[in-house]
Design a protein around this ligand. Structure first.
Ligand SMILES: Cc1cc2nc3c(=O)[nH]c(=O)nc-3n(C[C@H](O)[C@H](O)[C@H](O)COP(=O)(O)OP(=O)(O)OC[C@H]3O[C@@H](n4cnc5c(N)ncnc54)[C@H](O)[C@@H]3O)c2cc1C
Length: 289
């Protein structure tokens, strides 16, 4: 197996163009597990860890956070938790401290597992993935168009993920996950919510309950249409219940070793109601202040 270690982003793109079968490796918390268990034995590994810029984040001129593909979860929690609370909350549930020190959102996107914890908050926050190839330059891919199937994403064979672009939170954001224990656990299902009170709408997304992570569109449209976005009133229990039902209907879960389809649907409704209650209470608290 060849081990390629570019020192710059341009070198990495050139290496990927020269050998599209080379497998990028960032934190290695997915790639090394697969190699150790002989799930795959790629002809070449493309180690991205020497490219310093992938570990940086910045506020761009248009007010977005541009988070390098190599920023580990631990730094998202400590450095961006105030501006990306939903993604930070999801990051806190990933693996163990060791995994959070090495694992990255870029790697979660590369793996594109339906159970990846970064995906629902990225979808709920309208994140955009910055991909690049030597031949065609930069391509901005909305998260909604990034997940194509189980462990399949929209990257072309010669493309790499450079960064993720997200608007800093404009309202409360929450993530909640059901697992078979409290830590070091793959989600049985998960749910993320991002309120955008200024736009009188919210983003809602479901994880680990369909072949891909996905937006709960009908629930989002219902909330935009039916909620009192002045923040003056508590949520009517009937609206809360309907929101949960619509979130559950967005899912198309399967029975597997982690849970049944019926349980996942039930749990998505619970998570949707729970995160919405937390977020709405925060919003009302702020609106009243
Ligand atoms: C013990 C353990 C616990 C875990 N717990 C969780 C959990 O709770 N939640 C969860 O979501 N995940 C979990 N994982 C999975 C893993 O940690 C995450 O998916 C993590 O985000 C992967 O990031 P990484 O940087 O380590 O990726 P890597 O392993 O380096 O790469 C993952 C994939 O992304 C590709 N890739 C990496 N960087 C790029 C790039 N810049 N451009 C294009 N493709 C790229 C790689 O080729 C590979 O296909 C766990 C893993 C382990 C071993």
């Amino acid at each position: 197996m060849d081990f390629l270690r570019p020192a710059t982003w341009a070198e990495a793109l050139a290496a990927k163009a020269a050998d599209p079968t080379a497998v990028p490796i960032q934190g290695g918390t997915d790639v090394m597990v697969e190699i150790n268990f002989d799930v795959r034995r790629p002809p070449a590994l493309l180690d991205l860890t020497a490219i310093g810029e992938l570990g940086d984040w910045e506020l761009t001129a248009d007010g977005l956070l541009r988070v390098g593909a190599g920023v580990p979860y631990a730094r998202i929690i400590t450095e961006l938790g105030d501006r990306l609370p939903g993604l930070a909350q999801a990051s806190r549930t990933v693996g163990s401290p060791q995994i959070r020190n090495r694992g990255t959102v870029g790697g979660n996107l590369g793996a594109a597992s339906p159970a990846g914890d970064a995906h629902p908050p990225l979808l709920a926050c309208d994140a955009v993935i910055e991909a690049e190839s030597a031949a065609r330059g930069t391509r901005m891919i909305p998260a909604t168009g990034f997940y194509l199937g189980v462990k399949r994403n929209a990257l072309e064979p010669d493309e790499l993920i450079r960064a993720v672009h997200l608007r800093p939170a404009t309202g409360p954001q929450y993530f909640s996950k059901v697992g078979t224990r409290n830590a070091m656990v793959i989600a049985v299902c998960s749910f993320a919510l991002a309120l955008h009170p200024g736009e009188r709408r919210l983003g809602a997304a479901v994880g680990s309950a369909a072949p891909t992570p996905l937006r709960a569109r009908a629930a989002e449209e219902f909330a935009a249409r039916e909620f009192d976005w002045s923040g003056a009133t508590a949520l009517d229990p009937a609206l809360l219940a309907r929101f949960g039902e619509l979130a559950a209907e967005a899912a198309s879960p399967i029975d597997d070793v982690r849970g049944t389809a019926a349980y996942r649907r039930h749990a998505i409704a619970v998570l949707a109601r729970r995160t919405l209650t937390w977020a709405w209470n925060d919003y009302r608290g702020k609106a009243a202040a």
